[in-house]
Ligand binder design. Sequence first.
Ligand SMILES: [Ca+2]
Length: 97
Amino acid sequence: MAFMRYRALPQGEPTVEEFRAWLAQFDADRDGRISREELQHALRSLNVWFAWWKARGGVRAADANGDGGVTGDDEVARLFAFAQRHLHAKIAQLGFY
Ligand SMILES: [Ca+2]
C-alpha cells in the first residue's frame, strides 16, 4: 500500500518544522519545491478525500511567488496554515492535536 512507505506526522501538536520535515519526503524529484502532484501524494498518504482538489487549493493558498509549487519557509508556513484550517479533522484523527 502506497501510504505505508511514508513517515506519519509526529504525535502531539506539530510545529511548522515538523510539518516541513514531513512534507519534504514527498518532494519526489528533490527540487526543493512541492508541486501540486507531490502535495496530492502527501494528502493521499493521510487518506484525505478529494486529495486532487485539496492539493490544488493548498498550492493556491501557499504559492506566494506564483511558480505553481510550494517553496521555501514562507510558503511552507502558508501551507501549514491552510492545512490547519482545512484538514484539521483529518490531522486530529492522526493524533496531531
Ligand atoms: Ca518537487
